[in-house]
Design a protein around this ligand. Structure first.
Ligand code: PMP
Length: 364
């Protein structure tokens, strides 16, 4: 059935769920450590749990299709009109909506080599051509991207920071790129890991939206906000873009528990700060060990680190399997063309230590 471009899609491979690893390797679920999906090791904020539990009383009703309260919370936090906001069932929803709205079969979408795999999936799903621009130092080469723009390029995805490599584009370079992109091409600036950036690297992408009508900034509540299981993301763009996304989204794409929890989490700055601090400490813990072991890693600005675990093409798969047998789940990145590397999410200090111990034993 269906078009060839759909049949050609390789399905998304997420981090292995804990229950699946327990079954497959005969392990106790409670002892498994999952550092595979860039989740927040603190789990959900208490404030969000309370709000969600309250919202359960109304679960017999449909959610607010327009997300009034959540948009009001985003408006208050980021100083954007509510007509500029699109809510998504995770930010993957925003990425997909943008692809459906702006690219069709016979046209092209552009993204960088080693950038988030959903850009490729979304592009394939609409039968569009992908322009994949070679990475520079495992990150985006914006000059090469600008040079690769064709007449039929309709959409450009930029992940900042990028997953799985953790690379980061400084604000000045990013804005210079936006100024170079022809105004009829939509740029999706995917900032899933924005909240982990230290204050000195934060930049005003949301205010750039005022200047660039072709810019769509995407954010998620799955990472620093600790709500991955609830599936909430949002896009910010001028109404010329937002109107179109709104026309093609599902009527109730963000459920009511998610909306309630998201409002609470957005306002919980203490939780956000705790998450960012824990992440900075964990990054140091992991990378100090990589340095000691002489392992190459890509400096990361997200809540994960990509580390090279061997020189041969099977290294990532081999070390991954050995870790799984010990109940440690990390993420192979061979599907990105990086078979010698693994991506490890920064966890709690104990979780990081367990991973480090296992890795040291495996590599010694
Ligand atoms: N963008 C990037 C760069 C990501 O790493 C992720 C999570 N893997 C997402 C978007 C999507 O996350 P979610 O759908 O949970 O918001």
């Amino acid at each position: 059935f269906g078009p060839e471009y759909v049949r050609a899609i390789a399905p998304y491979q997420g981090g292995k769920p804990i229950a699946e690893v327990a079954r497959e390797f005969g392990l106790d679920e409670a002892k498994i450590i999952k550092l595979a999906s860039n989740e927040n090791p603190l789990g959900m904020p208490e404030s969000a749990k309370v709000a969600m539990q309250k919202a359960v009383a109304d679960i017999g009703r449909y959610p607010d299709a327009n997300g009034f309260d959540l948009k009001a919370a985003i408006t208050a936090k980021y100083d954007v009109p509510s007509e500029w906001i699109t809510l998504g069932n995770g930010s993957n929803d925003i990425l997909e909506l943008a692809t459906h709205a702006f690219v069709q079969a016979g046209q092209a979408a552009m993204y960088a080599e080693y950038s988030f795999v959903v850009y490729a999936l979304a592009t394939q799903a609409v039968g569009a051509r992908a322009i994949v621009v070679k990475a520079k130092d495992y990150g985006h080469d914006l000059d090469a991207m600008a040079a690769a723009i064709t007449d039929d390029t309709k959409l450009i995805f930029i992940a900042n920071p990028n997953n799985p490599t953790g690379s980061f584009i400084p604000a000045a370079e990013l804005e210079a790129f936006l100024a170079r992109v022809p105004p009829q091409i939509v740029v999706v600036l995917d900032e899933a890991y924005n909240e982990y950036l230290p204050p000195e690297l934060q930049y005003e992408s949301i205010s750039w939206v005022r200047k660039y009508p072709n810019l769509l900034v995407s954010r998620t509540m799955s990472k620093a906000y600790g709500l991955a299981g609830l599936r909430i993301g949002f896009g910010i763009a001028q109404p010329v873009i937002t109107d179109l996304l709104n026309r093609i989204r599902q009527p109730f794409n963000v459920n009511s528990l998610a909306q309630a929890a998201a409002v609470a989490a957005l306002n919980d700055t203490a939780f956000l700060q705790r998450s960012a601090q824990l992440n900075r400490d964990g990054y140091r813990q992991l990378t100090q060990t990589f340095d000691e072991l002489g392992l190459e890693y890509v400096p990361s600005f997200g809540n994960f680190v990509m580390v090279k675990v061997g020189a041969d093409e099977a290294a990532g798969a081999r070390v991954n399997l050995a870790l799984l047998k010990q109940g440690i789940i990390v993420r192979p990145v061979a599907n990105y063309g990086l078979p010698q590397w693994l991506r490890v999410t920064i966890g709690l200090p104990d979780e990081n230590a367990a991973f480090i111990d296992a890795l040291k034993k495996l590599l010694s």
